[in-house]
Design a protein around this ligand. Structure first.
Ligand code: FAS
Ligand code: PHB
Length: 389
């Protein structure tokens, strides 16, 4: 098979890149190792920045999001007994869209199926080759035989554990990483959310987040030990712990019910530099990971592929300035999101190892945030998303 861009990975990065390239008249193939149902079964992000909303519109897949998504003008913080609403709209004139990653992926898959662009699911042993030449290719196994895709470019949209970054010689790449000493235990349930907006809490028992997917489907997270396993947390224990962490006046409004998904995610900050290796480009989680506290992961994936799609379209119009500057431009945005996600994570989680002084630093940060509109504006403009340069 011959194409212009071979995309590894059918997560949001790969599928959005494919949609943007297709609208630019650029042929592409997506090669995914899992089934479409498996990809859809992963419950992940829930908050879209305005830039991401606009990109989904540009890709032609924004209709259901606009019909079913929830526009939020703020969120609430709880620190100990104190509560503070961060008014995103008042501070920035922008809102965020609450619409699950699963639905974004579903919309992109539906659009791609109708576009006629080829997508290969259940592709085994994907191998990327010759990306340091002008004739890169990839191979995969399916149905007992090997298949080859020749392309002008390869986009590594295969996530943190993918093959593309792993195929780059170690001398050509530098990585930066911070692993956090806890995880997030997430639960999805068809119960009405406990509040109209997202609710982030720092409590003596640990972090909590009350989020949602709709007015009848809630998503909750609890900070948990890295030693915990999902089977250690039957639904009853989860709901009891969430209730204990919530303020009484909020806990009394909590509607519980059977979980439809429950998982534990480790938290890390990670960046690979650069993001371009000849004709191979990394985008999304393949190039970086943020702790989900700042709701940046999916949004960074979207802006990476927006920059990459524009750069590749420029190439076919005769200029390589875009592809030459992709890594620099993407990393400038990535590092700002890494900083915000790290800052918000350090503020809102319990770090017993940081002792009494560490807790006082968190309390002072929260006090300053409550008292300073400048601090609230800074938090708000990072949360709604910085402009795409
Ligand atoms: P993805 O990992 O989504 O997609 C990569 C795709 O590549 C996958 O479908 C994978 O099967 C495929 N692949 C991997 N190796 C391959 C190979 N060798 N060959 C072919 N295909 C291959 N972000 C938030 O904003 N909020 C959250 O609450 C949140 N929670 C998360 C929870 C978890 C457990 C994880 C892992 C991430 C979470 N994230 C969250 C971040 C997440 O939303 C990512 O940022 C987002 O999925 C990034 O999309 P992609 O870059 O497409 O990577
Ligand atoms: C979610 O709804 O999954 C979600 C929302 C906000 C975050 C992280 C996760 O910061």
């Amino acid at each position: 098979m011959r194409t212009q861009v071979a995309i590894v990975g059918a997560g949001p990065a790969g599928l959005l890149l494919g949609a943007l390239l297709h609208r630019a008249g650029i042929d592409n193939v997506v090669v995914e190792r899992r089934s479409a149902d498996h990809v859809l079964g992963r419950i992940r992000a829930g908050v879209l920045e305005q830039v991401t909303v606009d990109l989904l519109d540009e890709a032609g897949v924004g209709a259901r999001m606009r019909a079913e998504g929830l526009a939020h003008g703020g969120f609430e913080l709880l620190f100990g007994q104190r509560r503070k609403r961060i008014d995103l709209y008042k501070r920035t004139g922008k809102r965020v869209m609450v619409y699950g990653q699963t639905e974004v992926t579903r919309d992109l898959m539906h659009d791609r199926a109708g576009s006629g662009q080829p997508t290969v699911y259940l592709a085994e042993a994907v191998t990327v080759r010759d990306f340091d030449t002008a004739t890169p290719s990839l191979t995969y196994r399916k149905g007992g035989s090997e298949h080859r895709v020749d392309a002008d470019f390869i986009a590594g949209c295969d996530g943190f554990h993918g093959v593309c970054r792993a195929s780059v010689p170690t001398r050509a790449i530098r990585t930066f990483e911070k692993v956090y000493p806890f995880g997030w235990l997430g639960l999805l349930a068809d119960v009405p959310p406990v509040a109209d907006e997202l609710f982030y809490g720092h409590t003596e028992r640990g972090f909590l987040l009350c989020s949602m997917r709709s007015r009848s489907r809630s998503r909750y997270y609890l900070q948990c030990s890295l030693d915990d396993k999902v089977e250690d947390w039957p639904d009853e224990r989860f709901w009891g712990e969430l209730s204990r962490r919530l303020p009484p006046e909020v806990a009394e409004r909590l509607t519980t019910g059977p979980s439809i998904e429950k998982s534990i995610a480790p938290l890390r900050s990670f960046v690979a530099e650069p993001l371009r290796f000849g004709r191979l480009f990394l985008a999304g989680d393949a190039g970086h990971i943020v702790p989900p506290t700042g709701a940046k992961g999916l949004n960074l994936a979207a802006t990476d592929v927006a920059l990459l799609a524009r750069a590749i379209a420029e190439h076919y119009r005769g200029s390589d300035d875009g592809i030459d500057r992709y890594s620099e431009r993407a990393l400038a945005r990535i590092w700002k999101a890494e900083r915000f996600s790290w800052w918000f994570t350090m503020l809102m989680h319990r770090f017993p190892e940081n002792g009494a002084f560490g807790l006082r630093m968190q309390q002072a940060e929260f006090d300053y945030l409550c008292a300073s509109t400048a601090a609230q504006t800074s938090m708000a403009e990072n949360y709604v998303g910085l402009p795409l340069a």
